[in-house]
Design a protein around this ligand. Structure first.
Ligand SMILES: *Cc1c(COP(=O)(O)O)cnc(C)c1O
Length: 766
């Protein structure tokens, strides 16, 4: 195992602090809280970061390679935080079942449970000594000594630690995931003979909290079990944070009542989306009810400690929990949220006297048939920093969903454009390209991705152009072999690999790509195109998958088309598959409706791996075009302003359908059952949606998309010109390292200084 001399916390030395370990007193820590979960295999990443990869025997690799179902952004950020030498902890839930495995049967998606722990997980270590109780239900007593939350049900939170090594810097951080355990006396208080068996069986109820990840992507589903999960991770983590703070400050967690007013100087809590929003009322509860601080003092500490990252503006994704659920499950937190809101409303009244509508818009409590708590509003009010994840997205939240909050507290709003770790998304997944780059500019770009700019000196270098094209060809051959093995489809590896892999969502507009494929199919000359797509969750998504596979069945079996056009639906898209397909991509599809994709990270992975982007001016695409030069991407379609203007005017899909013959033909084929001869009406609902209530305006961008794709095909014929653009793109990737993202979080939100230096262990000759 990787035990480092410079380990910040692998052994939790700070829990038994000695007077000699004074430097730890100064240590500032950041806590990254997340409920969202995907991480690839851990071992290879560990080997790369420790510089041991070539020494690792393939046999060992096979045995201990375990796929973690942990959050993707989470995984990149953990790698960067350790690589930048920050004392950072990732906290989440150790779900027994991660995101489901997707099977495609007769073109339809079928879900299977992801039993990732079945054969054990050698990378984690249970830490029963840090087990914590988490309370639910019960009632609130207001007594002379203060507020008490009593008659609660207790579930234990058992932590499992996984080491997170930095990139060749002798630092190892910790990811701590909580698992739910029923207490020994769970439901046993008043058992009789029959009751004992039932009580033991009922332990499952408590332990269900960490059973399974809710797979919803960008969709809020107000289930009580999900709310329990959210409180569970928050309550366990905050106890850990405060225990560690007290231990490192005073060497005691027990007998001293410790002043927590310096907490914000030592601790930063980053809320990844609103899912861990309960950290705000929970920290208030601890400070006021347990530590007996005044409300004002506690609130000041909470705001200076917490920061919130917004990930979406889609209204259906925003968390709004019914007050009734809270009343029952977390009665004290509901009281605290009401008090936060009362003071918040008071402040609005002072700043905007008489503006009742503004108060209604900004309230944490939404009135209506069902009273609801707006968790994003809670996060904004309870944090000192609120950030979006790409410049355009951060601007949009200031001018739309959070406009009122921006007007009141402009200083809180920031941008932190997302990034990806170049260790996993270049060195690990595309060693051929990493080597070609290193031969020209050295290896230092791996920890300082801005150095990729140096490649601009070589854009006209025939040898580099040849090497980059050659690596791409090798990756394509390898992936074609994978496809032949798994899908029994023979691919011509000279054809352009046009790749659209990301979770299926209407706003990502996989349907626009479908229309392009049909258009190509209908034209007499077929450019060679491949298209792949990926994972889902809801009814329309399942229909889209069925449509893609149906188009594939027709196109792939048409002898006239031959191998010039193939359509493959990639099953069970996940990090391990992304690592295979992205290095083999020529063209990256990033075609969301402008204003809907917060950032995207797939777009950055493709760019770094030498694919050209066809995309809209959305999310991080905007900054990618800025960094690589807009002429080196294929940008098309409506800008955010155009979308707004079209909304004002009223989007009329039918008018595009009537005006554009190729669009009409494609749509008619879908609705007439050309791709579903056994079931002609199968896609009626999809077509009806596109024609009459398409929130994402697929037809409005069709014409420009097709024209842009024509330009792509033309350029692809000129390998040299194409590859030059590829080099411009790779050279422009520096900004999209998660090291840059995390450095900005550190300096601008957490008040910490990142450090890119290698730190040699005392006995390390390196
Ligand atoms: C990068 C990645 C994503 C995110 O892709 P987007 O194109 O940004 O939506 C989703 N799933 C997996 C497995 C990924 O690797």
């Amino acid at each position: 195992m990787i035990i480092s001399k410079r380990s910040h916390q692998l052994c939790e030395r700070d829990d038994v602090i000695s007077p000699l370990s004074a430097p730890l007193l100064l240590l500032q820590r950041v806590y990254y809280l997340s409920l969202e979960f995907y991480m690839g295999r851990t071992l290879q990443n560990t080997m790369v970061n420790l510089g041991l990869e070539s020494a690792c025997d393939e046999a060992i690799y096979q045995v201990v390679s375990v796929r973690f179902p942990i959050g993707l952004g989470f995984a990149c950020f953990l790698d960067s935080m350790a690589s930048l030498g920050l004392a950072a902890y990732g906290y989440g839930i150790r779900y027994e079942f991660g995101i489901f495995n997707q099977k495609v049967v007769n073109g339809w998606q079928v879900e299977e449970a992801d039993d990732w722990l079945r054969y054990g997980n050698p990378w984690e270590k249970a830490r029963p000594e840090y087990m914590r109780p988490v309370h639910f239900y019960g009632r609130v007593q207001h007594t002379a000594e203060g507020v008490k939350w009593v008659d609660t049900q207790v579930v234990l939170a058992l932590p499992y630690d996984t080491p997170v090594p930095g990139y060749r810097n002798n630092i190892v951080n910790t990811m701590r995931l909580w698992s739910a355990k029923a207490p020994c006396d769970f439901n046993l208080k008043d058992f009789n003979v029959g009751g004992y068996i039932q009580a033991v069986l009922d332990r499952n109820l408590a332990e269900n909290i960490s059973r399974v990840l809710y797979p919803n992507d960008n969709f809020f589903e107000g289930k009580e079990l999900r709310l329990k999960q959210e409180y569970f991770v928050v309550a366990a983590t905050l106890q850990d944070i405060i225990r560690r703070f007290k231990a490192s400050k005073f060497g005691s967690t027990e007998f001293v009542r410790i002043d927590l007013s310096t907490l914000p100087d030592k601790v930063a809590i980053q809320l990844n989306d609103t899912h861990p929003a309960l950290a705000i009322p929970e920290l208030m509860r601890i400070l006021v009810d347990v530590e007996k601080l005044s409300w004002e003092k506690a609130w000041d500490i909470v705001i200076r400690t917490c920061a919130y990252t917004n990930h979406t503006v889609l209204p259906e994704a925003l968390e709004r929990w019914p007050v009734d659920l809270f009343q029952n499950l977390l009665p004290r937190h509901l009281e605290i949220i009401y008090e936060i809101n009362r003071r918040h409303m008071e402040r609005i009244t002072q700043l905007y006297p008489g503006d009742v509508d503004r108060m209604r818009r900004m309230s944490l409590i939404e009135e209506g048939d069902v009273k609801k708590i707006n968790m994003a509003h809670l996060c904004i009010v309870g944090s000192h920093a609120v950030n979006g994840v790409a410049r355009i997205h951060s601007d949009i939240i200031k001018s739309t969903v959070f406009k009122d909050f921006y007007e009141m507290d402009p200083h809180k709003f920031q941008n932190k454009t997302n990034g990806i770790t170049p260790r996993r998304w270049l060195v690990m997944c595309n060693p051929g390209l990493a080597d070609v780059i290193a031969e020209r500019i050295g290896e230092d770009y791996i920890r300082d991705l801005d150095q990729l700019k140096k490649l601009l000196d070589f854009v006209d270098d025939e040898a580099l152009i040849r090497d980059v094209a050659k690596v791409k060809q090798e990756n394509k051959l390898k992936f074609a072999a994978h496809l032949e093995e798994h899908y029994k489809v023979k691919i011509n590896s000279d054809s352009m690999f046009d790749i659209h892999v990301k979770r299926i969502h209407e706003y990502k507009r996989q349907l626009l790509n479908c229309l392009h494929i049909i258009t190509l199919y209908n034209r007499t000359t077929h450019p060679s195109v491949l298209c792949f797509q990926a994972a889902p969750g809801y009814h329309t998504a399942k229909m889209i998958i069925k449509l893609i596979t149906s188009i594939g069945d027709v196109v792939n079996n048409d002898p006239v088309v031959g191998d010039r056009l193939k359509v493959i639906f990639l099953e069970n898209y996940r990090v391990t598959l992304a690592e295979k397909v992205i290095p083999a991509a020529d063209l990256s599809e990033q075609i969301s409706t402008a204003g809907t994709e917060a950032s995207g990270t797939g777009n950055m992975k493709f760019m770094l791996n030498g694919a050209l982007t066809i995309g809209t001016m959305d999310g991080a695409n905007v900054e990618m075009a800025e960094e690589a030069g807009e002429e080196n991407l294929f940008i098309f379609g409506m800008r955010v302003d155009d979308v707004e203007a079209l909304d004002k005017k009223g989007y009329d899909a039918v008018s595009y359908y009537n005006r554009i013959p190729e669009l009409k033909q494609a749509v008619d084929q879908i609705s007439a059952g050309f791709f579903s001869p056994d079931h002609p009406g199968l896609f009626k609902d999809l077509v009806n949606m596109l024609m009459h209530h398409d929130r994402f305006k697929v037809f409005a961008d069709y014409e420009d998309y097709i024209q842009c794709q024509d330009k792509v095909s033309a350029l692809y014929k000129d390998t040299k010109a194409w590859t030059k653009k590829v080099i411009h793109n790779i050279a422009g990737c520096g900004k999209f390292s998660s090291d840059r993202t995390i450095s900005q979080y550190a300096r601008e939100i957490w008040g910490m200084e990142p450090n890119l230096e290698k730190i040699a262990a005392p006995d390390d000759p390196r």
